[in-house]
Design a protein around this ligand. Structure first.
Ligand code: ADP
Ligand code: MG
Length: 730
C-alpha cells in the first residue's frame, strides 16, 4: 500500500460517523447564549449607559469614553462568568478571512499578585501589529499603522473562551483596510437616501435597514482523500481529474437524504452557530454530489455579513472533528456545479415595511415600484461595477459555466412585474394617473399588483440578479467571498440612484406638480431608460451574449480587466458622492485585487507544474515502460507478422501515452516561461493581465493531457484520488 491514494481510500472506508455534541435542550434555550446581545447588556451595563449605547447604535452616533468604560466592564464580567480568559478585536481584512489577536484579561501586579482588567479604551480601539494584511500600498510609509476599532452595531461574542469584539480595521490616516468599514458607510448612505424617498410616502419613516439573507454553498471531502490531493490542499480546487462516469446527471443528490457523517457535522456546526446567534434555518444537499447548502433567516446586513464570516470559520474548524474538509472554493471540481453565495437583498423600514414587497393600496404599490425601478436603474448603470464586485480568480471559473451567474449582469423580474413595467412605459394617455379626492389616486400604468408575488413560480435560475417576490437575489456572489464586497457596491449604487431620483422628483414638485404624479413620471422615464438591464430569458445561451453586447451591457470576462470598473470615473464619483470609498481607497483596493489574482494563479501554476512533473509523469512513464517491456517480449516469442498483430494496440497506446507526456512537458516548460516573463512586470495590473492571458489558459491545457492519461494508465498505479472517489462520501 505504498500509494497514498489507496491508504486514504482504506481510511475512508473504515470511518464511522462522529456523533454531534447535541445538548438535550430546545434550540431556543441556547440560541444566542454566547452573544453579548441587548438582553445581556441590560443585565450587565448600568441603565443609562445601556440606553445611550442603544441610541448611539440605532442612530449611528459616536459613543463617549465614559459609556465605553461601563460597557467594557459589563462585557468583561459577562465574558469571565462564561469562562473567557482573553479578548480580541475581530475584523475582516481584505483577504476573505477574519483576523483576531488575543490578549488576556489577566494583568500581573507589580510586587506580586494579579487581576483581570478590560478598559473602555481597549474596547474602543486597538493597534494590532497586523502589518502583513493586504493594503494595496496604503501602509507603505513609516507611519503606516493600522487600527482596529469597535463596531458597536454588531454584538460581541465568545469563541473558544475568547471575547471577540467585531471591529473595523483602518489605517493611521483613516483609510479603510477591511471589508466592514465601507460596508457600514454604504449602509449609512442607503439609510439616508432611502429614508428621504420613503418620506415622500410616509413621514413616519426614520430609518431604513438593508436586509441580507445569504445562502452558503459548499463541498465536503473526506480528510484523508483531501490530504492525498496536493492541489486541493494548496489551492482549494482540483487542478486535474477526469470527470466521474456518474456525477450529477441523474439529479439524485439534490435534496436527497443527507449522508449520516455529513448530517452529524451539520448538527455540530449548527449548534455552535445557534449559540452565537446565527439563525440557521435551512440545510440541504445541492446539485453536485458532495455539495451542500445552509441558509439562515435574513438579518440586518452588517450582522448578516459577520454571521456569514463567523459561520465559515466554524464550518472549517468543525469539519476536522468529523474527518472532513469543507471546500468554499467556487469551483473545486471541473464539470460539476460550482458553489455560490446567493445574497437575498432588500430594504426594511423602522415602520415594519419591506420596501420590495408590493402593497395593498395604489400608494404602497407606487412606493414598491419606486424602489424596484431604482434598484434596476442602479444595476443598469453599474452593471460592470457589480460584476467587478463578484469576480476574482476563483469565482471566474463559475461565471459563464452554465450555472448562474452568466458573465453578464441582468435583472430578472418574472412575467407579472414585466407586464406592469411594460404597461407603465408604453402608457401615454392623459388619465394615466387619476386623482379622486380623499380616496387618493388610481394609476392606469400600474394596475393592481398581485400581493403574493412570492408564489410566483416562474423563477429563473439562470439570472444573476433576480427579483424573487419580495427581495432581489444576487446570485453571482461566490461561495468563498466576503459578501460585504458585493453588498457595499450594491448599497452604494442604489443609495446614489435614490438620491438622484429624489432630486428629480423634488424639482418637479417645486414646479407645482403633485408629488405622486412627479414620482410616477420620473419612474416612467427610468423604466424606459434601463430597459436594457431587464432580461427574463435564458442567461446561458449564446444568443444572450450577442444580445447583451448589442444592448451595451458589460460583457468582459477577464477578471483583472473587470477590476478596472472600480476606477472608472463614474464609479469613483459615485463612491465619493456616497462617502463610501475615496479614490485613494479604491486604488488601494483594486491593487489588492490584482495582486491577489496574480498570486492565486501563480500558486495554481506552481502546484500543477509540480504535480504534473513529479506525480503524473513518473507514473505514466512507468506504465509506458511496462507496455514496452511486453512489446519486446512478444517480439522475442513470435514471428514478425504475429508480433505486429499482437502488439499493434499496445504500440498505439505507447504512442498515445508518449504524446501526452511530451505535451505535458512542453506545456509545463511554456508555463514556467510565461510566469517568468509575467513576474518581471512591476505594474500590478499589467502583471495580473499577463497571468490571465498567458498563464491561466495553460493550466487547462496541461490538465487536458493529464486527464487523458488518467483514463489509460493502470488504475493501480494512479497516485491521486479520482473524482469518483472524492465526490462520494461514504
Ligand atoms: P431559495 O433557495 O429558494 O432561494 P432559501 O430559503 O434557501 O431560498 O433562501 C432564501 C433566503 O432569502 C433566506 O435567507 C431568507 O431569509 C431570505 N429572505 C427572505 N426575505 C428576505 C428579505 N426581505 N430580505 C433579505 N432576505 C430575505
Ligand atoms: Mg436562492
Amino acid at each position: 500500500m505504498a500509494i497514498l491514494r489507496f491508504k486514504a481510500l482504506d481510511e475512508m472506508s473504515k470511518r464511522e460517523p462522529v456523533k454531534a455534541d447535541l445538548p438535550d435542550k430546545k434550540i431556543s434555550d441556547y440560541f444566542g447564549a454566547d452573544v453579548f446581545d441587548r438582553e445581556k447588556m441590560r443585565q450587565y451595563i448600568p441603565k443609562e449607559a445601556y440606553e445611550s449605547l442603544c441610541t448611539a447604535v440605532d442612530e449611528g452616533r459616536r459613543i463617549d469614553r465614559k459609556i465605553a468604560n461601563q460597557v467594557a466592564q459589563g462585557m468583561k464580567t459577562w465574558a469571565m462568568e462564561k469562562g473567557a480568559t482573553h479578548y480580541s478585536h475581530w475584523f475582516q481584512p481584505l483577504n476573505d478571512s477574519t483576523a483576531e489577536k488575543h490578549d488576556a484579561f489577566f494583568e500581573p501586579m507589580f510586587g506580586g499578585g494579579s487581576f483581570e482588567a478590560f478598559k473602555g479604551e481597549l474596547l474602543v480601539q486597538q493597534e494590532p501589529d497586523a502589518s502583513s494584511f493586504p493594503t494595496g500600498g496604503l501602509r507603505n510609509t513609516f507611519e503606516a499603522r493600522g487600527y482596529s476599532a469597535w463596531d458597536p452595531s454588531s454584538p460581541a461574542f465568545i469563541l473558544d473562551r475568547t471575547l471577540c469584539i467585531p471591529s473595523i480595521f483602518i489605517a493611521y490616516t483613516g483609510e479603510a483596510l477591511d471589508f466592514k468599514t465601507p460596508l457600514l458607510k454604504s449602509l449609512q448612505a442607503i439609510d439616508k437616501a432611502a429614508v428621504e424617498v420613503c418620506q415622500l410616502f410616509d413621514k413616519d419613516v426614520r430609518k431604513v435597514n438593508v436586509t441580507l439573507g445569504w445562502e452558503q454553498e459548499y463541498f465536503l471531502v473526506d480528510e484523508a482523500l483531501f490530504l492525498a490531493r496536493p492541489d486541493l490542499a494548496q489551492t482549494g480546487r482540483t487542478l486535474m481529474g477526469h470527470i466521474a462516469a456518474k456525477d450529477q446527471q441523474l439529479d439524485d443528490h439534490y435534496f436527497g437524504a443527507i449522508p449520516s457523517r455529513v448530517l452529524e457535522y451539520m448538527k455540530d456546526f449548527e449548534l455552535q452557530a445557534y449559540r452565537l446567534g446565527i439563525p440557521i434555518k435551512t440545510r440541504h444537499n445541492e446539485v453536485a454530489p458532495n455539495q451542500f447548502e445552509c441558509a439562515p433567516v435574513f438579518e440586518e446586513a452588517n450582522i448578516a455579513v459577520d454571521h456569514n464570516t463567523l459561520l465559515m470559520t466554524l464550518m472549517r474548524r468543525l469539519a476536522q472533528k468529523h474527518k472532513l474538509r469543507v471546500l468554499f472554493h467556487e469551483k473545486p471540481f471541473a464539470g460539476v456545479n460550482g458553489s455560490g453565495k446567493h445574497c437575498n437583498w432588500s430594504l426594511g423600514t423602522d415602520t415594519g415595511v419591506n420596501l420590495l414587497s408590493p402593497g395593498k393600496t395604489p400608494k404602497d404599490n407606487l412606493q414598491f415600484i419606486t424602489f424596484l425601478v431604482n434598484v434596476m436603474m442602479a444595476v443598469y448603470r453599474y452593471n460592470g461595477l457589480l460584476k467587478a464586485s463578484i469576480i476574482n480568480a476563483t469565482n471566474a471559473h463559475r461565471l459563464g459555466a452554465n450555472e448562474a451567474p452568466p458573465a453578464i449582469i441582468s435583472v430578472f423580474l418574472g412575467r407579472q412585474l414585466s407586464e406592469v413595467l411594460d404597461k407603465m412605459s408604453s402608457c401615454t394617455g392623459q388619465d394615466e394617473i387619476v386623482f379622486n379626492g380623499k380616496s387618493g389616486f388610481k394609476m392606469e400604468g400600474i394596475p393592481h399588483i398581485p400581493e403574493l408575488l412570492l408564489d410566483n413560480t416562474d423563477r429563473n435560475r439562470t439570472s444573476p440578479f433576480a427579483f424573487t417576490g419580495n427581495r432581489f437575489e444576487f446570485r453571482a456572489v461566490g461561495s468563498s467571498a466576503n459578501c460585504a464586497g458585493a453588498m457595499t457596491v450594491l448599497n452604494a449604487a442604489v443609495a446614489d440612484q435614490l438620491t438622484e431620483f429624489k432630486t428629480a422628483v423634488d424639482a418637479r414638485i417645486r414646479n407645482g406638480e403633485d408629488a405622486m404624479k412627479a414620482i410616477y413620471t420620473v419612474l416612467k422615464g427610468y423604466v424606459r431608460e434601463c430597459k436594457a438591464i431587464h432580461f427574463d430569458g435564458n442567461g446561458y445561451t449564446e444568443e444572450w451574449k450577442g444580445e447583451a453586447a448589442r444592448r451595451g451591457l458589460d460583457c468582459t470576462v477577464s477578471a483583472p480587466e473587470m477590476f478596472d470598473r472600480y476606477l472608472a470615473s463614474e464609479s469613483v464619483e459615485m463612491f465619493e458622492r456616497t462617502h463610501v470609498l475615496s479614490k485613494k481607497e479604491l486604488e488601494a483596493r483594486v491593487e489588492v485585487m490584482w495582486e491577489t489574482y496574480t498570486k492565486k494563479i501563480q500558486i495554481e501554476a506552481r502546484v500543477l507544474g509540480d504535480m504534473a512533473m513529479n506525480h503524473i509523469l513518473p507514473v505514466a512513464s512507468g506504465y509506458e515502460s511496462v507496455l514496452l517491456d511486453k512489446i519486446f517480449k512478444l517480439q522475442s516469442l513470435f514471428t514478425d507478422d504475429q508480433w505486429k498483430k499482437l502488439s499493434a494496440r499496445d504500440i498505439a497506446l505507447v504512442e498515445n501515452i508518449s504524446g501526452h507526456i511530451a505535451e505535458i512537458q512542453n506545456l509545463t516548460i511554456r508555463m514556467v516561461g510565461a510566469r517568468k516573463v509575467a513576474n518581471k512586470i512591476d505594474c500590478e495590473r499589467i502583471k495580473a493581465v499577463a497571468y490571465h492571458d498567458t498563464v491561466a489558459g495553460l493550466l487547462d491545457e496541461i490538465r487536458y493531457h493529464v486527464d487523458k492519461l488518467e483514463q489509460v494508465v493502470d488504475n493501480e498505479q494512479w497516485p491521486l484520488p479520482k473524482y469518483r472517489e472524492l465526490l462520494f462520501i461514504r
